[in-house]
Design a protein around this ligand. Structure first.
Ligand code: GDP
Ligand code: GDP
Length: 458
C-alpha cells in the first residue's frame, strides 16, 4: 500500500530535521549539523490520529548560491514536491522573515502543491502568535506557531496538514521490486547504483517502512519498477570523513530487512571475506532472496576456465546461500549490469510464489518414489503424509510426517532440492517445517525442568 507524502521544505537550520524526527516519533532524534548529510531526500513514516503518511526531508533549500550540493538539493526538493500531496514549509520564528524564506515562498507559490506554513522555534505561547503573524507576509496563508523541540503547536499544524492528504486507499498501489545493494566498502556498490541509474536522473518515491538509513532510488525498466536501497550511498563518496563505520553493517542489516532481493556485491579480486559471511548469514536468517554480484570482473585476468574456477570457490564459501544465482559484472564498463535486474526479477518472483497443495504433493510423491526415506536400525521408517505451503516471502512448506526425527539431514536436503528443481524456487531461500503428526511426549510435558520434577514425583 502506498501512503501520501508530505514534503518538508525550508532553508537550512530552521529545524526541519528536528520536526521530522518529532513526526516520526522515534525519540532518537538525529539532527545532523554537517552540511550535505541530509542533501538526499530521506523518508520517514509518520502518523497523526488515524492518518498515516510519509514525510520527506528535502535538505536545506538555498536559492542564491550554487556551491557544493546546493543545486542538487533544489533538484531533489523539486522532485519531492512533484510526488507530495502537501508541502510543509518551515520558517524560523525567532529569526523572523529573511530573504531566503521569501525566495522559497515565491517558488512554492508557483507549484501546484498545497502549502502549510509552520513557524518553528515558538516555544512561548504569548510570543509565538506575534512571532508567527509576521509570516502572513509570505502570502501562503495562516502561519502556525510551533516548536519542534517542545512539541507545542504540532497538533493544529498536523490537523492542517492531514486535511490536504488523500486517503491511503485512494492512492494507487505500488508494484515494485525492492532491491538492497549490500557489500563491504569499496566493492563497487555506488558504482553499480550509478550504472543502473545512468544519465537519467532517478525518480525517487517513498513507501512505508522507509528509514533514513538508506537512500532509495527508483528506476524503471520495461514498465517495471525497482526500488534500489543503497547502503553506502552516493553520499559517502563526498563525505568520506564519515567513514565505513557510519555506513556500516547495521545499515546493511536494515536494508536487507526491507528488501525483496538482496544484491550481495563482492569484489572479484578479493572473493568472500568474513564480513561477507556475516551478510550471507543475515540474508538467510531474514529469508530474503539474493543475487551474488561479483563486480570488477574487468580487472581480472581471465582464461576460459576463470569463471568456472571462481564460481566453484565462491560457491563453497557461500554455502548458506548456495541457492543464490551468481553473476560476474563490471560496474565500470557496464558489462552484464542490466542482466542483474533480470536475475533479481526471477528471484523476487520465486520469493513470493505460492504453490498449490496438490502440486506440492505431486512433487513429494515423485521424490519419495525415486528415493524413499531411510529405515533406521530399529526398522523404523519415516513417512511423509502430505505437505502444504504455509507462507511466502520466503516460501515455507510444512511437511506432515509420522516422526520428524526419522528423517536425517541429507534426506531433508534432498527433499528441499526436489522442491527447488521441480517448482522453480530460484534465488530464494525456502523453509521446510517437518511436523510430526503423532505428538511426542517431550512436547506434551513442557520444559525439561518440568519434566524432571514430574519424573521425581513419580
Ligand atoms: P534543519 O537544518 O532545518 O534540519 O534544522 P535542525 O533540525 O538541524 O535544527 C537547527 C537548529 O535549530 C538546531 O540547533 C536545533 O536544536 C534548533 N531547533 C530546532 N527546532 C527548534 C525549536 O523548536 N526551538 C528552538 N529554540 N530551537 C530549535
Ligand atoms: P562502494 O564503497 O561499494 O560504494 O564502492 P565504489 O562504487 O565507491 O567503488 C570503489 C572503487 O572501486 C572505486 O575506485 C571504483 O572506481 C572502483 N570500481 C567500482 N566498480 C568497478 C569495476 O567494475 N571495475 C573496476 N576496475 N573498478 C571498479
Amino acid at each position: 500500500m502506498s501512503l501520501p507524502i508530505v514534503a518538508i521544505i525550508g532553508r537550512p537550520n530552521v529545524g526541519k530535521s528536528t520536526i521530522v524526527n518529532r513526526l516520526a516519533g522515534t525519540g532518537a532524534a538525529i539532527v545532523y549539523d554537517e552540511p550535505g548529510i541530509t542533501r538526499d531526500r530521506t523518508y520517514v513514516n509518520a502518523y497523526w490520529g488515524d492518518r498515516d503518511f510519509v514525510v520527506v526531508d528535502t535538505g536545506g533549500l538555498v536559492f542564491d548560491d550554487d556551491t557544493e550540493f546546493l543545486p542538487q538539493i533544489r533538484e531533489q526538493a523539486a522532485l519531492a514536491l512533484k510526488e507530495a500531496s502537501a508541502a510543509l514549509f518551515i520558517v524560523d520564528g525567532q529569526a523572523g522573515i529573511c530573504a531566503a524564506d521569501e525566495e522559497i515562498a515565491q517558488w512554492l507559490r508557483q507549484q501546484s502543491v498545497p502549502v502549510v506554513l509552520a513557524v518553528n522555534k515558538c516555544e512561548s505561547a504569548e510570543l509565538g502568535l506575534s512571532q508567527a503573524s509576521q509570516f502572513w507576509e509570505l502570502g501562503l496563508g495562516e502561519p502556525f506557531p510551533m516548536s519542534g523541540i517542545h512539541g507545542n503547536g504540532t497538533g493544529e499544524l498536523l490537523d492542517a496538514v492531514v486535511a490536504h492528504l488523500p486517503l491511503a486507499e485512494d492512492l494507487p498501489d505500488v508494484d515494485e521490486v525492492k532491491i538492497a545493494i549490500v557489500g563491504r566498502p569499496n566493492v563497487g556498490k555506488s558504482s553499480l547504483l550509478n550504472a543502473f541509474v545512468g544519465e537519467n536522473r532517478a525518480i525517487v518515491s517513498p513507501i512505508s517502512g522507509t528509514t533514513r538509513d538508506a537512500i532509495d532510488t527508483v528506476i524503471e525498466r520495461d514498465g517495471k519498477t525497482y526500488r534500489l536501497i543503497d547502503t553506502a550511498g552516493i553520499r559517502r563518496k563526498k563525505n568520506v570523513e564519515y567513514g565505513a563505520e557510519f555506513f556500516g553493517i547495521n545499515r546493511a542489516f536494515k536494508a536487507i530487512r526491507r528488501a525483496d532481493v538482496v544484491l550481495l556485491v563482492l569484489d572479484a579480486e578479493d572473493g568472500v571475506t568474513e564480513q561477507d559471511q556475516k551478510l550471507v548469514a543475515r540474508i538467510e536468517e531474514e529469508g530474503r532472496s539474493c543475487v551474488v554480484v561479483i563486480n570488477k570482473w574487468d580487472a581480472v585476468e581471465k582464461d576460459s576456465y576463470t569463471i568456472y574456477d571462481h564460481e566453484k570457490t565462491l560457491k563453497e564459501r557461500l554455502y548458506f546461500i548456495e541457492w543464490a544465482e551468481m553473476i560476474f559484472v563490471s560496474a565500470k564498463t557496464g558489462q552484464r549490469v542490466e542482466k542483474i535486474l533480470e536475475l533479481a526479477d526471477v528471484a523476487a518472483a520465486a520469493h513470493k510464489r505460492r504453490v498449490t497443495t496438490s502440486v506440492i504433493n505431486e512433487v513429494l510423491e515423485e521424490a519419495v518414489r525415486w528415493h524413499s526415506p531411510p529405515t533406521s536400525r530399529q526398522g523404523r521408517q519415516g513417512k511423509i503424509y502430505y505437505g502444504t505451503q504455509v507462507s511466502t516471502q520466503p516460501p515455507a512448506i510444512a511437511l506432515f510426517v509420522n516422526e520428524a526425527s526419522r528423517f536425517p539431514e541429507n534426506y531433508k536436503r534432498y527433499i528441499e532440492r526436489q522442491f527447488r528443481q521441480q517448482l522453480g524456487f530460484v534465488g530464494t531461500p525456502i523453509r521446510l517445517f517437518w511436523r510430526s503428526k503423532k505428538v511426542r511426549e517431550v512436547e506434551n510435558t513442557g520444559s525439561p525442568t518440568n519434566r524432571a520434577t514430574r519424573v521425581k514425583s513419580h
